[in-house]
Design a protein around this ligand. Structure first.
Ligand SMILES: Nc1ncnc2c1ncn2[C@@H]1O[C@H](COP(=O)(O)OP(=O)(O)OP(=O)(O)O)[C@@H](O)[C@H]1O
Ligand SMILES: O=C(O)c1ccc[n+]([C@@H]2O[C@H](COP(=O)([O-])O)[C@@H](O)[C@H]2O)c1
Length: 231
């Protein structure tokens, strides 16, 4: 275990970056598992501001994604949410996220948490060689994606020995894409996302086509069912 200059154990900070559109239980279980396995003192969720690899995909406003992340993490005293990426003007690069968090927590060890799918594309990330000097990376299993570092072969020698650790976590086949698809079709997202996030999606009418485009005539979650006892 690494120690600071005073001999005290260094604070361990997990960093869970994501677009969180919306945040779901797959994200929360990933953060919770890594926190347990690496004895993290805190996990900071960092919603992206302008995710450059998702540009053109109609990402929801950063403020909505930030608030859903706050709602989803509020009950866990070890989870917090950072605005560093939301408040940065330019597109979101993890190298900037980690530089900013390092400056706020100069004595902490950072652990960047990423799913198998995101890890597989890490060599396409901005300044990727620098990432491993800023944080340790923890790749977590995700249903439908291969958890291996074959794509890093040839580069691993240049990286610190414990730069990337892979761990198996309980499999939750949930994605934000599927949550959005369900919400857009007025299908339930209960139990895929935290209750407060279900209510936030409904309140803000996220992911829903405008009422004029609806063909099924069903009521939305926020609308009370019609009272058939009245004429
Ligand atoms: N079910 C899951 N299990 C493990 N990791 C996950 C899961 N869902 C997302 N992650 C990881 O969480 C991070 C943030 O993911 P993101 O916000 O893009 O969610 P997503 O479900 O992949 O979204 P989308 O479907 O819109 O691409 C990524 O590192 C991703 O790999
Ligand atoms: O730094 C980059 O170039 C980069 C490119 C793609 C994704 N990321 C980060 O990976 C995390 C998951 O991203 P996403 O798009 O799958 O939600 C999030 O923290 C992003 O900022 C980072």
């Amino acid at each position: 275990m690494e120690q600071g200059a005073t001999g005290a154990r260094r604070r361990r900070l997990g960093v869970m970056g994501g677009t969180f559109d919306p945040i779901h239980h797959g994200h929360l279980v990933a953060a919770s598992e890594v926190a347990d396995r690496f004895s993290l003192d805190e996990v900071v969720f960092v919603p992206t501001g302008r995710p450059w690899q998702k540009q053109g995909k109609g990402v929801s406003p950063a403020e909505d994604r930030y608030l859903m992340t706050v709602i989803a993490t509020a009950s866990n005293p070890r989870f917090s949410v950072s605005r560093v990426d939301v408040d940065r003007e330019k597109v979101t690069y993890t190298v900037d996220t980690l530089r900013d968090l390092r400056s706020y927590h100069p004595n902490a060890e950072l652990y960047f948490i990423t799913g198998a799918d995101a890890l597989a594309s890490i060599l396409s990330w901005q300044d990727w060689e620098e990432l491993f000097s800023l944080a340790k990376f923890v790749g977590v299993s995700r249903p439908g994606f291969d958890l291996n570092t074959e794509h890093l072969a040839g580069h691993l020698d240049a990286l610190p020995e414990d730069a990337v650790t892979l761990i198996e976590i309980p499999a939750l086949a949930i994605s934000s894409t599927e949550c959005r698809r369900r919400a857009s079709r007025h299908r339930p997202v209960w139990y895929l996302v935290p209750d407060g996030v279900v209510q936030y999606i409904s309140k803000r009418n996220l992911y829903r086509p405008p009422d004029s485009e609806r063909l099924d005539g069903a009521t939305t979650m926020s609308e009370p069912a019609p009272d058939k006892t009245k004429s």
